[in-house]
Structure formats: C-alpha cells, structure tokens
Design a protein. Sequence first.
Length: 476
Amino acid sequence: MEHEHGGSPALDGLRLPDGFRGQVIRPEDPEYDMARAVINGSIDKRPALVVRPMGAADVIDAVNLAREHGLPLAAKCGGHSVAGNGTVDGGILVDLSSLKGIHVDPKARTARAGGGVLVGELDRETQLFGLFTPSGRMSTTGIGGFTLGGGYAWTSAKYGLACDNLLSADVVTADGRLVTASETENPDLFWGIRGGSSNFGIVTSFEFRLHQLGPIVLGGMLIHPIDDAKAIIREWREYVETAPDELGTGLVIVQAPDAPFVPRAAVGKPSLAIVAIYAGDPTKGRSVIEPLRQIRTPAVDMLQPMPYTAFQAMTDAFAPTGWLNYHRGLHLTGFPDEAIDTYVDYGAEIAAKSNPCTLDIIFRHGGAVSRVRDDAMAAGHRDAAYMAHPIACWKDPAQTNMHLDWVRRYTDAMRPFASCDARRPSSRRCAAARRRSGPRSHARSENCRPRWPGSRSSWRSTRASWSRAPTPPRPR
C-alpha cells in the first residue's frame, strides 16, 4: 500500500486520516532502520510506525492516532537524546526532521524555526544577519530537545539558556489541539516547556529572541599536555570566576586525536583542552581571551577569529552517530581544589584507555543564567557555578563495562561537590523541586502537565511520554 504524501496509510489496523500529507515508514520499509535510529547506538527501539509530518496538522493526526489506540508516542528532532527519548518501542515515533522552515526577522531580532531544525541550520540562517540565539554546543543537535530541556550554550553566561530566549512556541497537546504558548497565551504551558523537556506536547515551531554576534567571533581552544593539568585548571578557575559574562569557557580532558593540528608526540595521549569564545566584538575580546593563553604556553593554540558557525561545529566529529554512549551530568556549587584533582585523575584515566570521542567536560556557568529566578520557568538549578559532564562514547561493545564503570565511579566521586544530578528520576526531581522552589513551582509544573484522556500507563515512553516531571537543562 502506498504510504507517502497524500495516502491513507494503515499498519496492523492503524489508519491515519485521508488528509495526512506526510510520510509513514513501516518496519518492512528499507528506510525504517535509519528512520528509527538515534545518535546513541546502545538504543535499539523499534516503533510500530514512524511518521514524518509535513506540518502541524499531520502531527495532530499522529497524536490522535496514538491516543485513540493507547500507544506510546515519542518525538524526534535531532536524535541526540542519549537516554533514547527520541524513539519508542511498539508505539508511534513522530520524526520532525521534515519541519525545516526558518524565518529570520532582522529588524525585530527574532527567528521562527520548525520543530525539526538543527542547531547548525538555525545558525546558518541567523548568521546571514550577524545574529544568533544561544543554542547547542554541536551543530547537529536538534533545537527541539535542546530548548525544551533548558539548553546551556557556550554563550549562556552572557545571553542565558536557550529556553530563556524562547518567545513563543506552537505546541500540539495530548488531546490533539494546536496551541500557542507564550507569556500572554497559555502561560502555564509556556512555563513548563521552558525546561520541562517533552512532558507537555510536541512543539512544531519555536520563536526565538536573537542577539548580535558574528559572523566572525574570537574563539577556539588551547590544548595542553595532561602533566600540568591540575595547576593549569586552578589558574583557569581563578580567572574565569571574575571574568566578564562575555567569556564562555569550559575544560575537556580527552585523548588527543590523530589530527593535523595535534603534534605527533601528543597523539593518543591524555590532553587538556581549554575551550573559549568571546560573545562580543572580537577586537574587544582579545584582552579577555589573552589571560587564558598566559596560564601556560599551550602545545596547540587554536584561539583565533573564526566564523561563529565554525566554532559551533568544532566538536561535531566527537559525536559519531551509532557509537555507544553513556553520559551523566552534575551541577556543581563550586570547583574547589579537591574537585579539580578528582576531575583530572578520572579524566586522565579514561583518556589513556578510551578514544578521542570520550570526553570529560567541565562547563563554566553563572552570569545571565543565575540572574533568572529559579521558579521563573521549569528550568532550574540557576545557582550552579559549573557542570561536570562525563561523556563515554565507544564503538566496541566489549568495552561497554569499562566505560559504564568509569562514568559511575567518576560521578560518585564528584557528588560531594554537586548540588544535584543534571537528570534525576521524576519522583526525586519533584521532591527536589518542592524543597528548592517551594510549592508554587511544583504546583505549576503539576497543573500544566497534560491530562491524558486514557490510561496514563499506556502513554509510557521513557521520559518522552509527557507524563513525567520537568527535567533540568540539558548539558548539550
């Protein structure tokens, strides 16, 4: 049976309306495996149906079909959810990758983007006008999951989280309605989607506030041997804690890749990278960036004027699709010497025996992020000064236990310096929200959660089911 554009596809008794314009992919179709895939190769879910909508009306059809048949539902934008929230077993996967429309209004400094747009695609269009909005640290990340999860960007200290710059969104709700969420329309829903992840509906369109930056920025990285890492990081910490908000920076301990810019003697060995960007005029940024160079003479100096789009894509190669992944995130109240020692010891350990795609990251937070009230929206943990973000990524399944063990041991070792996990099971997160923000925030998150007409359990889909509590901002 024909199942593309304009047909009335059916699958085991499931039937979408005659007006459905999108594409339906079934398990027997040749593109099925690619359509169901996400970046994390350890996720192997098999949806009963993959739907690629052409517009919001098609999304409504898919939501209604899932609800009427009691099927779990998931939505995928870029597929970067390491937990596999962008796919589902035995249910309906709404693949938003066909919703690619982008419109930039340079006078109003706003951009509207479809729910399937990737970070690099949005950057490409906004940079035509020397504008941007804070977005993912990889160009291949989808704006959907990133923004709904909160969204820390390299420029967040100056311009806030991705969700702080969200002006409105078009949302398909659980009962199959298309509504606009903003400060003035459905404000409780708007509160929830800014940091509450995919718990509240499928967003088909985002409207962002834009800021002036680019097309050329001052950014890049400095790479040092691991030997002096602890001393270098102590000096880095002392500087960044008083640096202006325009400085976005972080640390990465990684196995040096076999790349033209890496000295041959360093290839395959643990290294420390200082990543930085000045979120402003590159000329003014020189005096802010230079102290990072002065800490120690780096083995590799890649801090230079470059296109903003190139800076955003700088780490894309470190996230190969289909490799096995396991990540954690911890919000840190500070970065004392003991935490630095722990970070370096565990980072050097895994960098010596893994590969260049396993990253031990520390992000510097604060600035504009911390100046937003913690109960202003679902995205919380505004007081976090840093985030520890171990990313284990490997290709050989025989190395799975080694990588899982490292992430878990490292996370446990960093807990004494943490305010909370960046992701928690919903019951623990709700309890933490009550303690942290008081009953007002918790009541709002409960009240704007959609009420499913059928059994709540039938909509279970690993945190993508919209029946879970809000998650804190995503690290990446």
